[in-house]
Design a protein around this ligand. Sequence first.
Ligand SMILES: Cc1cc2nc3c(=O)[nH]c(=O)nc-3n(C[C@H](O)[C@H](O)[C@H](O)COP(=O)(O)O)c2cc1C
Length: 192
Amino acid sequence: MAPKILVIPGSLRTGSHNARLAALAVKELALVEAEVTRISLADYPLPLYDADLEARSGVPHNAVLLKRMLAAHQGVFIATPEYNASVPSLVKNTIDWISRVRERHEAPLAMFKHRVFALGAASPGGFGGMRSLLALRQVLEIGCGALVIPEQIAIARADQAFDDMDNLKNGHLAATLKAVVRALLDAAQQMA
Ligand SMILES: Cc1cc2nc3c(=O)[nH]c(=O)nc-3n(C[C@H](O)[C@H](O)[C@H](O)COP(=O)(O)O)c2cc1C
């Protein structure tokens, strides 16, 4: 059975480079016959994490829905922007809320430990979001106990990196994305 892969762009911006990267990852995943779902975090609005709010009202329903969405897939690809040399609050806040969801007496963070993550970043800057990739890897691996594959993609000068068909102009980067997708699929297969 083909592994199920969830693709999440970490930006809500119209014309987002990371949404473009996510769309291209979906295309590449479909080519290697993964079963792919792409979501937008705009469909799961969440308040800023606040422990008092959680104590009063519990974890927001959208965090529960997102956690279940992740749980229904063996692999997850996150395309993250870089803000101030780190992961944007949208991505971090989403992970923070999801990490608070407990269902059916699950062990803390159980969902993160039973699936595999791959990361990508796109930035108009020269580092290609590399520092955001490192920060997000730390959050997922060390904070949440997730398996994050070593293969990743950082797209520098993202405003000039895509052609009219939304493919990567640079052959090396295009090959890197294919390698990331292949490695994610292989690792997710082990989880299926
Ligand atoms: C608050 C803020 C901080 C930013 N800091 C960085 C940064 O540290 N490094 C970087 O490469 N780009 C930085 N950027 C530029 C983003 O990479 C750029 O806005 C990018 O287009 C965001 O991703 P998106 O196109 O997917 O929305 C920053 C943007 C904002 C709004």
